[in-house]
Design a protein around this ligand. Structure first.
Ligand code: ADP
Ligand code: MG
Length: 341
């Protein structure tokens, strides 16, 4: 009998790596295939980048607290975030949906309101897609295409020893927002009379329900004439993404606990949930901020930027990956990441 391997044995990344080994590239215009935030294709003067993401009801979103309009926006934003992570500008999207008979025309229109809002916000054209039936729930897949000049494309693989590690915005909010939404859902299921008061959690719930890709940072880096040495977006959690940069670049990293950006609301809610706020920052997914490295010579150009935080530096691979705690102790960095399997 042939052997059966559970997907959970390999995990999402292990599975992708296994598939990757079987892929053959036939065109020399394919500059980069699987393994980064987006594929890179030579189209003459410029590079085109292509990325796709699939959102499945019950796995990636719960319609009992995620409005369809927000979901539409988010489906586009998470793809634009991968285009941003290549330091490219988004141009077009395609949108494919599978719908069960639970959904009405009005519901689909609401979803598309969000999609169109995002298309306008990110200045992208919706150029196609596919529509089909689903046996259970809603599936939405967006593909985004972007463009950049060849000298500006940024991979995960370019980090060099002594580079400075930067992150944008603040982290852990989307995870804590999800915790609050899940808790309120349980309260509501137990007692439908209860109306959740989410006012107090407005920031973190919006981080979860309506993330915004950091195209503003991509534009600012251009204006300041800074090309990061490596970059990716933070979809699975900072620690997990640092592992990706380390592996792709063949380097190690040192980050400092006291430099990690966290919003007060995120911090307070982590404490409310008996969770270490640092764990939320390191392992919380779906913040869609940017993680990048710059050479020390570019530091002065970004030093005063209010929304870019310098959290550590790149070191040799042999030195490993460490988090220096507030007390000054270096502990090995662990990547828990986001597990779907
Ligand atoms: P991201 O979190 O940036 O969207 P993923 O972790 O989803 O990236 O994917 C990592 C890489 O693996 C990407 O280059 C993606 O295109 C590729 N990939 C993911 N799933 C598949 C698949 N089923 N077949 C081929 N490539 C895949
Ligand atoms: Mg990504």
């Amino acid at each position: 009998m042939s052997k059966r391997t559970e997907i959970s044995e390999l995990g999402e990344f292990g599975l992708i790596e296994k598939l990757q080994q079987q892929i053959e590239i036939y065109h020399d215009t394919t500059i980069l295939g699987v393994g980064d935030d987006a594929a890179v294709i030579d189209c003459g003067a410029n590079y085109r980048v292509v990325t796709t993401d699939l959102l499945v009801e019950g796995v990636h979103f719960d319609l009992s607290y995620c409005p369809l309009k927000h979901l539409g926006f988010k489906a586009v934003a998470v793809n634009v975030s991968d285009v941003a992570a290549m330091n490219a500008l988004p141009k077009e999207i395609t949108v494919s949906i599978a719908l069960s008979n639970r959904f009405s025309v009005e519901a689909v229109e609401e979803l598309y309101e969000g999609i169109q809002l995002a298309a306008k916000h990110y200045n992208v054209d919706l150029v196609g897609g596919d529509t089909t039936a689903s046996r259970s729930g809603l599936v939405i897949s967006v593909t985004a295409l972007g463009e950049t000049t060849k000298d500006r494309v940024v991979y995960r693989s370019g980090a060099k020893v002594n580079d400075i590690i930067c992150v944008t915005g603040d982290l852990g909010g989307a995870l804590m927002g999800l915790q609050v939404l899940e808790r309120e859902k349980q309260v509501f299921l137990a007692n439908p009379e209860m109306r959740p008061d989410l006012e107090k959690y407005a920031y973190i719930t919006s981080r979860q329900l309506r993330p915004d890709a950091r195209m503003d940072i991509v534009h600012e880096l251009r204006d300041l004439d800074v090309v990061p040495s490596s970059m990716m977006d933070i979809s699975d959690g900072l620690a997990s993404e640092l592992f990706h940069i380390s592996k792709a670049s063949g380097v190690g990293v040192t980050i400092y606990e006291d430099k990690l950006p966290i919003d007060k609301e995120t911090y307070d809610v982590a404490v409310e949930f008996n969770m270490d706020p640092v764990t939320a920052v390191l392992n919380g997914g779906e913040d869609y901020e940017l993680l990048f490295t710059i050479s020390q010579s570019d530091y002065a150009k970004l030093e005063k930027h209010p929304d870019i935080h310098f959290i550590g530096h790149v070191n040799a691979a042999e030195e490993g990956k460490h988090l220096v705690t507030k007390s000054g102790t270096a502990v090995p960095l662990k990547a828990q990441g986001w597990k779907h399997f």
